[in-house]
Design a protein. Structure first.
Length: 384
């Protein structure tokens, strides 16, 4: 573990020297990703093959929970990054987790779904999914909703883990994207996407279908793997094949469609929807018309799901740094190189200005988002 944490320290120092590309704002202050700590989530570096480390960190009062896609999920001190506990899972935790009170809930690569005590990592119960998990669950009241990698949507009792109901929507395709949709609960309706190109609206009490809509063309990759988002009364979901859809949540009627495909969810602010295109672009789309307002093409890789923060759009790249753009213009503001790319969505704590990310190399970073004057920066941070 010591050797791996030395690697994380090297990556942290690399990032310090790599965050020198930035633009000053009108008040002469510079936005920076200020690293607080970095940790490896592995006992030893994984050299055999590259795994999809893409769990978005979960943040509690004093802890940050992160799983790698190799062998574990762990809790780290939110302040220092020190490991508090870890729980071994064969195949790791790729899709993500949810926190409800003292219950940390997730599906593992070993085909099991778990509820752990968040403070200690002790198992409270487990449920056999018999399929890997590629998305995070959600919790509402006494029920956990989770889409397994085989296309089965489960409703489980939060306290006991017993099955409430199952809705199955298995794809007959030979090829699909390695991802799954996280369900969304809104006004007593449950929305979820499936690998066969369907977005479904279900009754959360019994799994009954309210409406279904197929967004695919029936060609190679029909997947609707993005997590549905409600923003200003519209339901947003993206199809890998046909792009971003704005739908009426009550009926599924298409309001507009932006043609570039993706498996990422949107972020919204004001009259803009921020969208990570699968063609390597971050885009701003008009909320009402679906027309493109601006786009920023990444130098390398595919963007992660974005987050909005104080006039900025922040996201990672699968083969590049974390970047911040001006939300109104799409102009580059700042970046930070973690030494690896990101496939996990950044986790923003807006009130405190904290950002937590997991890299594809299974390293977790904690940042403070700050504006500083150029004169306050360290010499290696300054643009030469």
């Amino acid at each position: 573990m010591l050797a791996v944490n030395r690697i994380a320290l090297v990556l942290l120092l690399m990032g310090l020297t790599a965050c020198s590309n930035f633009e000053e704002n009108r008040q002469g202050r510079i936005f920076v990703f200020e690293p607080q700590w970095s940790r490896s989530t592995q006992d030893q570096e994984e050299l055999a093959f590259k795994r999809q480390n893409r769990m978005s960190p979960i943040v509690a009062k004093d802890l940050v929970f992160v799983g790698n896609s190799i062998d574990r999920i762990a809790a780290y001190s939110r302040k220092t990054g020190d490991e508090v506990w870890h729980f071994k899972v064969k195949g790791g935790v790729e899709g993500g987790a949810a926190l409800s009170g003292n219950n940390l809930l997730f599906g593992g690569g070993n085909g099991q779904f778990y509820s752990l005590q968040a403070g200690t990592g002790q198992v409270q119960w487990s449920f056999p999914l018999r399929a890997e998990s590629l998305s995070a669950p959600i919790v509402d009241g006494k029920t956990v909703y989770h889409l397994a990698g085989d296309g089965r949507l489960y409703a489980l009792d939060l306290q006991s883990g017993s099955k409430v109901w199952i809705y199955s929507k298995r794809s007959t395709q030979n090829l699909s994207i390695r991802a799954s949709s996280r369900p969304l609960l809104y006004k007593n309706r449950l929305y979820v996407g499936f690998a066969d190109g369907t977005i479904a609206c279900l009754n959360p009490q019994n799994g009954g279908v309210v409406w279904e809509k197929n967004l695919g063309r029936g060609e190679k990759f029909n997947d609707v793997d993005s997590s549905p988002i409600i923003f200003k009364g519209k339901l947003f979901v993206s199809s890998f094949e046909r792009g971003l859809f704005a739908l009426d949540p009550s009926s599924g009627k298409t309001l507009w469609n932006h043609s570039e495909g993706s498996s990422q969810s949107i972020a919204g602010h004001g009259d803009q929807v921020f969208y990570a295109s699968g063609e390597g672009k971050m885009q701003s789309i008009d909320l009402q018309s679906g027309k493109l307002k601006w786009q920023y093409r990444l130098k390398n890789g595919i963007p992660t799901e974005p987050v909005y923060y104080k006039g900025l759009v922040i996201f990672g790249s699968s083969s590049g740094p974390i970047e911040a753009l001006d939300a109104n213009s799409g102009k580059f503001v700042s970046h930070y190189n973690t030494g690896y790319g990101l496939k996990a969505a950044p986790r923003l704590m807006e009130k405190t200005g904290e950002l937590f990310v997991l890299t594809t190399g299974a390293n977790v970073f904690g940042f403070r988002l700050k504006y500083r004057r150029y004169s306050e920066l360290m010499p290696w941070d300054k643009k030469l």
